[in-house]
Design a protein around this ligand. Sequence first.
Ligand SMILES: NC(=O)c1ccc[n+]([C@@H]2O[C@H](COP(=O)([O-])OP(=O)(O)OC[C@H]3O[C@@H](n4cnc5c(N)ncnc54)[C@H](O)[C@@H]3O)[C@@H](O)[C@H]2O)c1
Length: 342
Amino acid sequence: MKNSEVKIFITGGLGYIGTALAKEALKRGFDVYLYDSLVYKQNSKKVLREINGKNKNAELKFIKGDTRNIPLLRKSLEKWKPDFLFHFAELVGVYACDYNPKHTRAINFSASKNVLNLATKLNIPTIYNSTSSVYGNQKKAKLLKENDEIPAPTDNYCKNKLLMENHIEKLRKKYPNFKVIVLRPATVWGIGPRMRIELLPNHFTYSAIAKGRIRISEPQAYRAEMDIDDIVESYFAIMGKKSWKKPVYNVGSDNLKKIEVAEKIKSFIPCEIETIGNIGDMRNLQIDSTNFRNDFDWKPKNTFEGTIQKVAAWIKKNKKEMESTKFKGILNSPLHIWQKMI
Ligand SMILES: NC(=O)c1ccc[n+]([C@@H]2O[C@H](COP(=O)([O-])OP(=O)(O)OC[C@H]3O[C@@H](n4cnc5c(N)ncnc54)[C@H](O)[C@@H]3O)[C@@H](O)[C@H]2O)c1
């Protein structure tokens, strides 16, 4: 989809997925407004420069704002009048959310609920990222469909995502004209303007390069994965369709056991694979993205092997900087915290 008339608004726009979407949208001539409270102390000037590139055709705006500040968000949305709202501003990841349950609920449920309520009032078509992790700990290995039963949430990240999915379902029933879609994306990995290195395949690649060793808990547990460029492409597919047939869609490319992820990485970067005991991450899931593929004429373009090579090259180039500044909070964490992130 290409359209200089289209305006998008991204909460959490200075995050991993938000920056990648913004960069591609500007390239395609979309006007982009980013709303982010810079939780990770991102260097906004630097990231915005990278997102904007040589773009001269489209408008890029950024405001430092928190989703708990609804008057500011309302003012920004009313002024900008976006055609689409992407709501990404949440605390992300099982470990981060379990570490701080109250704060997680305040951001990922209370504030997100207000963002969606506001989108309803202003009637802005909205894309909400839930997560494939809501499928939690599956006892049987099978590809999960959107209507399959969801077990009790394994952690606070999923618990709040499910609360949001329920809230959106209520809004949809109450306001049938409100256009909204919920995605349950696989773990996203690959390279973006604001890297997240703690995502499983990114993290394994980093460990292989920096430590010569990948540590895995629950090696036989499955995870769904997809390249960041493929999820970005899925958003253009969504914006390009007049109607969004189903309320909730899985979206992903691969379904691999953690040990398979590690072995694939090892085939490019010689390293040891070490299995460690259960560290409390219970997720074990595989997703079926057929509905999304069919309804949005989308399919992933990147291979797992191709993404390993891109990520490895990025890490080799940026390792020093990553370790000294940008990712201090993550990479310099004590081992027990590190372990929880894998
Ligand atoms: N990355 C993945 O693998 C993945 C997979 C499935 C779903 N998701 C979902 O996609 C969305 C984006 O994820 P991401 O990987 O880009 O995460 P991220 O942490 O990189 O981005 C989130 C952004 O939101 C901002 N933010 C957090 N709280 C805020 C608040 N209260 N107000 C304003 N800004 C706030 C942060 O500063 C950050 O820039 C999240 O909802 C996440 O749950 C991510």
